[in-house]
Design a protein around this ligand. Sequence first.
Ligand SMILES: NC(=O)c1ccc[n+]([C@@H]2O[C@H](COP(=O)([O-])OP(=O)(O)OC[C@H]3O[C@@H](n4cnc5c(N)ncnc54)[C@H](O)[C@@H]3O)[C@@H](O)[C@H]2O)c1
Ligand SMILES: O=C(O)CC[C@@H](O)C(=O)O
Length: 528
Amino acid sequence: MFRVLISDPLSEDGIRPLLDAEDVEAVMDPSLSHEELLEAVSKSHALIVRSQTQVTREVIEHAPELKVIGRAGVGVDNIDLDAATENGVVVVNAPDGNTISTAEHTMAMLMSLARNIPQAYHQLKQKKWERKKFVGVELKDKTIGIVGFGRIGMEVAQRAKGHRMKVIAYDPFLNKEKADKAGVNHGTLQEVLQQADFLTVHTPLIEATKHLIDKEAIQLMKPGARILNCARGGIIEEDALYDAIKSGKIAGAALDVFEEEPAIDHPLLDLEEVIATPHLGASTVEAQENVATDVSFDVMELLRGGSVKNPVNMPSVSSEMMDKLFPYFQLSERLGAFLSRVVNGTLERVSVYYSGELLDVDTMPLTRIAVKGILQRHIGNRVNDVNAFKTASDKGIVINEQKSTSTKGFTNLVTVEIETDQEKRSIAGTLLNGLGARIVQLDQYSIDVVPEGHLVVIHHTDQPGAIGHVGSLLATHHVNIATMQVGRTNVGGEAVMVLTVDKEVEGDCHEQLTEIDDIKQVQCLTLS
Ligand SMILES: NC(=O)c1ccc[n+]([C@@H]2O[C@H](COP(=O)([O-])OP(=O)(O)OC[C@H]3O[C@@H](n4cnc5c(N)ncnc54)[C@H](O)[C@@H]3O)[C@@H](O)[C@H]2O)c1
Ligand SMILES: O=C(O)CC[C@@H](O)C(=O)O
């Protein structure tokens, strides 16, 4: 008998198949205290949550029999994915079921914001008939800037077009061709900020999107623009938004989500220009039924040993497979992560080539890990080696894996190649017997670099003094160089320097490196 604990309110119709299953004993109790949750989860094989229950490391480590955590919704930021993976617990979510509800909620917020509906309603309830105070603005011919053009962003765009708004969108996976197909304009983040009368964010909350809309970003916006967040608290910096509304730079904001929830006594709620709902984007009968059905299906499949539709983290890999592939996991991920951080343009195709002793091995798990390393730059830990291919194909990225007889003299070689709408770049790495992983090729240049820590990649012209200038400048910024590799194709031609350094190169130091004569591009990255 599988014991399933459901610790947030879920649609009973949606989880009916689970409640009725003969091999499942389900307990739904959304009112558990923290101590009661720890006690209940300690006997459970599966835990199903929405966004309220915080599935922390402590919770996961209290559950020795736990096999799966089901998230009835999209965002998994309330689940400690690392702890789940480390403890062999599979996390599944239900990413499609609440898209429409959240897009519709965004439109409801957009219209309420434009026409001051909540404020006017509140006054009328106080028996005040105010008309002058609540003059709104039309949506027609206004520009809506959409940051994050995934499932919800795209649905919002279609609805905004119905209101005859102009739509401009930014997403690292959006290019002109995809934007044309969706009938929207494609812009950089800066262009979206500058052109938007209404700015709406629909990204996940990950390292790259935390405070994406901060003071500097708001500075770029039109005076009198309005901002919406029906995605995740923290994408918009709340203090910066507060100041911008107080100063009159931003005319108003509509918020469904907050950095800390429940947000009962939040300063933004004291501003009349702010309208808000308590994280209601997914709160419709339909969405709750959809996500409950989807998540219970995957949870039951997993408990019964079947395959799941929406895995979020890494399931256990057989020990036999692990022995062969394990040494290459980190190399493949880091090659992908390195290349994704230096490539320009929108990703279109990823090819991974294997040679030498990898010729006869099933290398598909390594390709997944390389693709995960590439996509993580923009998607964070929602992409993993299980869902990497699906995530790539959802984004229109073609994945290609090939075996090659060209080993360039190494006993094993993994080559990752990325094509974007602007360029084609490649990187190759090997495992040296007893010495660990090495990057041995970057594009046309032969190098020898350990793929870890802080790295600086400098494209320059091969001229006397270039290396010395870089060394002296880093020294003035107290950046210690651990190793330096220089690759060139011919004397006096194009060349690359790859440095490993003891601390991150940023700000002025980065700026000044780019100003050195003969240096064309400086890219800094950290592999951990
Ligand atoms: N308010 C609610 O109740 C509610 C309901 C459902 C979803 N959500 C949230 O809405 C968000 C979007 O959900 P979705 O289903 O559309 O997800 P999705 O994965 O389909 O789309 C997210 C998009 O954001 C893009 N992105 C990532 N980093 C970016 C960056 N730095 N700049 C611009 N774009 C970036 C991704 O490429 C992706 O296309 C998530 O945060 C989700 O948790 C909230
Ligand atoms: O459970 C909820 O209502 C919120 C869900 C939503 O934030 C999500 O990310 O899917």
